[in-house]
Design a protein around this ligand. Structure first.
Ligand SMILES: Cc1cc2nc3c(=O)[nH]c(=O)nc-3n(C[C@H](O)[C@H](O)[C@H](O)COP(=O)(O)OP(=O)(O)OC[C@H]3O[C@@H](n4cnc5c(N)ncnc54)[C@H](O)[C@@H]3O)c2cc1C
Length: 499
């Protein structure tokens, strides 16, 4: 039997980042991925002839320090430096355009409010400081509160406190107060126009099963802004999958191994210590350490098994809130769809956003959804919220058609040329997110990023430092602190705590 220093379960971007850093340290690393391709949610796939698309995450990039350390440019990663606009659609077609040039954005905002236009540049300045806070928080290894806490573990939090204080007293207070706020309250401190407020607040809902009046969407707004580096997505040349390909290239060049079509069925555990994995085909592979980049529920409840874990821990894992409510609709068109280039949203008012979320609350599909649309050549990609993973009636084997119809009807109100331009389509339901992409309950962040599931409470209180009750078994996916989103932070952090 071949033996490795470390086996990593899952070749999402976090698993690949961890693998590359370990290989760089000279460790013998094997990454095992259940799909036939690497990347997890960071993939560019083909759904038919001329129908290549970023299937899930639309644009985005890793932390610049990771790109540099792993020399990803030499593996073909090119991130666009020019940011496209973020556009909030308006019924009269005079859309609100947040251009990357702040002065141009302020000019567009002026149509809705002179005061909001004047506040735009100070708001951007504040959000830059917010991003510094979020990134330094994500780079910190959280202490194991309330379990086995020792003072040295608290240093990261103390340093974070100093970092946030260095942003200035007023900014520090605004950030701390902003964390538990609703997205509505957060934007209300800066803007008066409901249209401007809703466009900015939509970032706080993107990917989360929360409404604009939900506590903590102030934080998720800051999180998404920091991960994107602004409102609109950054494009990667050749598609977001190039990030994963470049990471895989780095892993291999540094001597690491990656196997696809290699689903892990079980983590091998003896006397509370992990010593390898068993694949679905029965093959056993041994290793000194095992790192799971899959979500914590799948890791502990399926791959480890409740029998191997302390009962209280199992209860906590079972209680992790996984509440997927995102669907994707990809449309291949003849190119005459009429949708502008950029990150385009249907988020006309704060109440609209909240009502769209109501559907998820009642296990339904939103009839008037919050949409975020991106285009790539002839392909239109629609991020649809809210479509509850657990439906009150019907099931996801048939309801995908409903999501597609609502998405197209909603967009057709703004772009009458869209429907006649469609030549092919692909819908990804929350169930597809689970079955195809391995996300429990279709939760793209491996667990909601709520106030009781973030920082030192992610994935569960007492186990936020990548370690687990099983010796030599670690976590590094989006379900631990540093995730979710595409930044690579949790993959980078686990390497710092590995024995
Ligand atoms: C539609 C959509 C929009 C998003 N938008 C945003 C956004 O705007 N901002 C933001 O911050 N984030 C966003 N996200 C979330 C973000 O993409 C994820 O948080 C991130 O990509 C997760 O990366 P990861 O490496 O932690 O996990 P994943 O990419 O989920 O990778 C985990 C990997 O583990 C594999 N795996 C699972 N189980 C096993 C097993 N038993 N054996 C072997 N392999 C296994 C899976 O196949 C997968 O490849 C979005 C996600 C989606 C789907």
């Amino acid at each position: 039997m071949k033996t490795y220093d470390t086996i990593i379960i899952g070749a999402g971007h976090n698993g690949l980042v961890a693998a590359a850093y370990l290989a760089k340290k000279g460790k013998k690393v094997l990454v095992l991925e259940r799909r036939d391709m690497v990347g997890g949610q960071v993939v560019t796939e083909s759904f038919g002839e001329n129908f290549k698309v970023d299937s899930l995450h639309a644009g985005g990039t890793l932390r610049p320090d990771i790109i540099k350390h792993l020399n990803l440019a030499s593996h073909g990663l090119v991130v666009d430096t020019v940011r496209k606009p973020f556009i909030s659609l308006q019924a009269d077609s005079k859309h609100l355009v947040f251009d990357a040039d702040p002065a141009k954005a302020a000019e567009s905002i002026k149509r809705f409010s002179e005061k909001d236009a004047a506040n735009w540049i100070p708001f951007l300045d504040f959000m830059n400081k917010v991003s510094r806070f979020v990134h330094s928080a994500n780079a910190a290894i959280m202490p194991r509160l309330p379990k086995g806490f020792n003072a040295s573990e608290g240093m990261a939090l103390a340093k974070l406190g100093i970092n946030v204080r260095m942003l200035g007293g007023k900014n520090m207070m605004r950030i701390i107060r902003g964390i538990p706020m609703t997205a509505d309250e957060f934007v209300d401190e800066w803007f008066e126009s409901d249209i401007v407020k809703a466009a900015v607040a939509s970032l706080g809902l993107h990917g989360f099963t929360l409404g604009a009046f939900g506590a903590g969407t102030g934080y998720t707004l800051m999180h998404n802004w920091a991960n994107r580096g602004g409102m609109s997505h950054v494009s990667v040349q050749g598609g977001i999958g190039k990030i994963s390909e470049a990471l895989a290239g780095a892993v291999r060049l540094l001597g690491g191994e990656i196997r696809t079509n290699a689903e892990v069925k079980k983590v091998v555990i003896k006397d509370m210590r992990a010593s390898g994995v068993v694949l679905s085909n029965g093959e056993e592979i041994s290793s000194g350490n095992v790192i799971s980049a899959a979500d914590p529920k799948h890791t502990f409840l399926s791959l480890v098994g409740a029998m191997e874990l302390p009962p209280e821990f199992v209860w906590n894992v079972q209680s992790i809130k996984m509440r997927g409510s995102v669907a994707k609709v990809h449309l291949l068109t003849d190119g005459k769809h009429g949708i502008p280039d950029g990150t385009v949203v249907v988020a006309p008012s704060i109440k609209y956003l909240e009502k769209a979320y109501d559907a998820a609350k009642y296990h339904q599909i939103s009839e008037k959804p919050y949409l975020e649309v991106t285009t790539s050549g002839n392909v239109v990609s629609i991020h649809f919220q809210f479509a509850a993973y657990k439906l009150k009636s019907g099931d996801w084997k048939t309801e995908g058609a409903k999501v597609e119809k609502i998405a197209m009807d909603t967009l057709a109100e703004y772009f009458p040329d869209l429907k006649p331009s469609i030549v092919n389509r692909k819908v990804l339901t929350p169930l597809d997110l689970e079955t195809t992409y391995g996300l429990t309950e279709g939760d793209l962040n491996h667990g909601q990023l709520m106030l009781d599931q973030f920082m030192f409470m992610r994935p569960i209180p007492g186990w936020s430092n990548h370690r687990t009750p099983i010796d030599n078994l670690y976590l590094c996916g989006s379900g631990v602190h540093g995730g979710g989103g595409v930044s690579g932070a949790s993959g980078r952090n686990v390497v710092k705590v590995l024995k």
